[in-house]
Ligand binder design. Structure first.
Ligand code: SF4
Length: 201
């Protein structure tokens, strides 16, 4: 699954964005890391802000009052070849895969795009995996209290990413016999295994 490879840091996804610049007009703060050397060389320093708790050398690129990224110009990214890795990795198909919106009113443009994505499946296994991602996202969204310390993501990106990392829990035939707490713990474990590179591609 291309998105899972991207979440592992194995390269950005190849999203067919077309003319859509939804992620550039949707009030996202873009993390800029020291590795974003080309972006750092071209983005004016006064547009970068340090955020409390960020490691040294990391910063955020903010946006205008209407939610538009400072680097968007005439409807296009003005630094496209040098854009930060976060922009290269952004894939709004994760929301479509998880069956959720990207967010509230400030994500209206992306939400419209999310609802337009259509997936094709090579077979029953891929169809089942897609259903499992959606089941995982719905579970995470609706069962926050069942996670240890109530710590489950509440933002759409966190929910979709966790669902994609841990969807295999919902492929198991006995998942419906488990308590919500058992499922939540299994999701945390599966996510940890994903991050450690121990789960399937
Ligand atoms: S840096 Fe470019 S690609 Fe990234 S959000 Fe801004 S305009 Fe969009």
């Amino acid at each position: 699954m291309e998105v899972r490879a991207s979440l592992r840091g194995e390269g950005g996804t190849n999203v067919p964005c077309g003319e859509c610049v939804g992620c550039c007009v949707s009030s996202y703060h873009i993390p800029i890391r020291p590795q974003d050397k080309q972006a750092l060389a071209i983005i004016p320093a006064h547009l970068l802000v340090s955020v409390h708790g960020q490691p040294n050398g990391h910063a955020m690129l903010g946006y205008l009052s209407d939610g538009t990224c400072h680097m968007l110009s005439a409807g296009k990214c003005s630094i496209y070849p040098q854009r930060p890795q976060t922009c290269r990795d952004y894939d709004c198909r994760i929301f479509a895969a998880a069956g959720i919106d990207a967010g509230g009113p400030d994500k209206t443009v992306i939400n419209k795009r999310v609802r337009e994505w259509r997936f094709t499946f090579k077979g029953e296994a891929e169809k089942r995996a897609h259903c499992a991602v959606q089941s995982a996202a719905a579970f995470i969204k609706n069962n926050r209290a069942s996670f240890p310390g109530g710590r489950a993501p509440t933002a759409s990106t966190g929910i979709a990413v966790l669902a994609i990392k841990a969807y295999e829990i919902f492929l198991k035939s006995d998942v419906h016999t488990k308590s919500a707490a058992e499922i939540a713990n299994a999701i945390i474990k599966a996510s940890g295994e994903f991050d450690a590179g121990l789960s399937a591609p």
